[in-house]
Design a protein. Structure first.
Length: 628
């Protein structure tokens, strides 16, 4: 039986029906891979050639290894041939380098800067992020911070500016000039305003307009856009995911060259934030194998400064059948790969801030804010919910790690029941009695966790990956408007999960929140509700009892994130034999005197022993400077 969840083959925040827009102009060519390679080469010419791996002893500042055993802070690290050779005192590292055949290696002084393992973002979306980067931004973020004055007036100004400037419009095949916007978020506005047909009327009807909610689960369209997509105006211009999917074929796509340039931008932005590994959590949601091939083509070229791993979107049986026929998960490989497939991705519900996450109780704000055709408790994507358990079992039977998106508390109930069924089924692979079990199944977002949920996750040896921006960015909205104080306290219970023995990671879900391991650390350490009014000169915290200590927060964006992605034997800590994926920071995020961690400058990012990002305000000198 093929389970097709009610929103169509893609569920926005983790897989995106929007990828139906990617890009028939490219994919319909019989020689599309050759054309993609040509366009990639053109993009590569705009950047400096990549540097080769360096042979270096790095010293002169705090160096935190995050090693699973042994010294956590050392004086020096030696790297050669893309890997870490030794850690320890400067003298010990020099001796180890010489013994390994690297006589008189060059030395690089940090000059007081801090060296860490490169950051690992264990859940983000490369192709959707690249697509949205070609649209007008109408969201609440300025860099990594909330805009304090975010409201509907700014959205109106951006749309009007795009209507007046043909360069900001997107031409469709029928000649229509569309205005496309991404990131609108009523829940973060000073006054919650849901765009509808009446609101769109102020812009006239000359141009079709489509805006995507920041959660990725809701769209807003004016009358001309609805007409072009054949959608009834009875929706009043507010589209849920099935209607968003219906809208997609009408939208103009970026040119192949623009798309590849945007992918390049996303990857280099990630490196500039200190990321050396990105885990794409839902590849192949619309174009299937074509998406996998395209991202692997990019990953293997000089255009790519980071290491890319991926989970394959598999909400339908036909998709899972194809993936398990074509691939085996790469869980133990020791090669220095630019691209690898690690898991299968399933999406059980929607977004809590988008009011589509599946809850056991009605949203507090339901009487005031409703999404058309969405019940007061949100939606579960598999109907009836009992069909989810056999679908998850199929992934487990094939020996694949599963990562399951679940936001609402009722969705987490259903997902845990399904895991209980699948992991204890006679056909499931043997499950050793240890947290480090081979498949390392995950729950993504795991937003609203009760004590019972956490206990059951520990029994089943599941680990959570938290979208910690839910606390920092949306915490105040959850507390005051969407859920209420009692339920909001269940949000992202990082410390409780850790104390139960679960390995916890933090992720951006980029495009949903900005990239940035330091920002995610800060939000997990302080849990400040950034949209709330200050109290006694500081932002109030959402359930401060769930704060992580600094070292645990750092592990959640390095070693523990790598562990969840089956990459901890390669990256995530500075240990001999591992790949030399490094980040150099202007300040030490473990310094208890620092609070604004997101403002710490990323001076250098290194992948496989070669620099891939150097900050303009480079704060450390090299006795032999690495190539730019």
């Amino acid at each position: 039986m093929s389970h097709r969840h009610p929103h169509g083959p893609g569920c926005a925040c983790c897989s995106l029906p929007l990828l139906a827009q990617l890009n028939d102009e490219l994919f319909e060519r019989p020689d599309w891979q050759d054309e993609a390679k040509r366009l990639i080469r053109q993009q590569e010419k705009k950047r400096l050639p990549p540097a080769p791996p360096q042979t270096l002893v790095i010293y002169g500042g705090p160096i935190h290894t995050l090693a699973s055993s042994g010294r956590q802070t050392v004086d020096a690290v030696g790297i050669a041939k893309g890997r870490i050779v030794a850690t320890g005192s400067r003298e010990e590292v020099q001796q180890a380098m010489s013994a390994a055949g690297f006589k008189k290696p060059e030395e690089m002084s940090l000059e007081g800067a801090t060296l860490l393992p490169g950051f690992v973002d264990p859940h983000m979306h490369i192709l959707p992020s690249a697509l949205f980067a070609t649209w007008q931004y109408v969201g609440a973020f300025a860099g990594q911070r909330l805009r304090p004055d975010y409201g509907i007036a700014g959205v109106v100004d951006t749309v009007r500016a795009a209507l007046a400037d043909p360069k900001k419009q997107h031409k469709a095949k029928d000649g229509a000039a569309w205005v496309l916007g991404f990131g609108i978020d009523p829940s973060l506005m000073r006054d919650w305003t849901e765009p509808d047909l009446d609101w769109f009327a102020q812009f006239g009807d000359k141009h079709p307009i489509f805006l995507m909610n920041a959660s990725g689960h809701i769209g807003y369209a004016n009358a001309p856009a609805l007409a072009k997509a054949g959608i009834s105006p009875e929706c009043k211009g507010v589209l849920v995911e099935e209607q968003v999917l219906q809208m997609m074929p009408a939208l103009p796509a970026p040119s192949p060259a623009a798309l590849l340039a945007s992918i390049d931008q996303v990857l280099h932005q990630a490196a500039a934030m200190g990321n050396t590994t990105l885990f794409d959590a839902g590849l192949g949601s619309s174009k299937g194998l074509l998406e996998v091939i395209l991202l692997e083509l990019v990953a293997q070229t000089a255009l790519n400064p980071v290491r890319i791993a991926a989970a394959l979107f598999a909400n339908e049986t036909r998709q899972m059948d194809e993936w398990t026929r074509l691939f085996r998960p790469d869980l133990d490989g020791v090669e220095d790969k630019r691209f690898s497939i690690k898991a299968l991705k399933l999406v059980s519900d929607g977004s809590n801030q988008g009011l589509t996450g599946y809850q056991s109780e009605a949203y507090k704000c339901y009487p005031q804010h409703q999404v058309p055709n969405v019940p007061a408790t949100g939606l579960f994507n598999f109907r009836p919910p009992s069909t989810f358990a056999p679908h998850l079992l199929q992934a487990v039977e094939h020996g694949w790690p599963a990562m399951v998106h679940a936001n609402g508390d009722k969705a987490i109930d259903e997902v845990l029941q399904a895991y209980e069924h699948a992991l204890n089924h006679p056909s499931a692979p043997p499950r050793p009695d240890c947290v480090g079990k081979r498949l390392r199944h995950r729950i993504e977002h795991a937003s609203l966790l009760t004590d019972e949920h956490i206990s059951q996750m520990a029994q089943l040896q599941l680990s959570p990956s938290f979208l910690i921006g839910h606390v920092g960015y949306w915490g105040h909205a959850f507390q005051q408007t969407i859920l209420g104080d009692a339920r909001a306290k269940l949000l992202d219970r990082c410390l409780s999960a850790k104390r139960a023995g679960l390995r916890v990671s933090l992720h951006s879900d980029h495009f949903v929140t900005p990239l940035g391991g330091l920002r995610m650390m800060e939000q997990a350490i302080f849990r400040a509700m950034e949209a709330a009014p200050e109290q006694a000169g500081a932002k109030p915290a959402l359930n401060p009892a769930e704060r992580l200590d600094r070292l645990s927060a750092l592990r959640a964006v390095t070693l523990d994130a790598a562990w969840q992605c089956h990459m901890d034997h390669l990256v995530g800590s500075l240990e001999p034999g591992k790949l030399a994926d490094l980040v150099v920071l202007e300040q030490d995020p473990l310094d208890p005197a620092l609070s604004n961690l997101r403002d710490i400058a990323v001076l250098q990012t290194w992948r496989s022993g070669a620099p891939v990002h150097l900050h303009a305000k480079l704060g450390c000198a090299t006795e032999t400077a690495p190539p730019a």
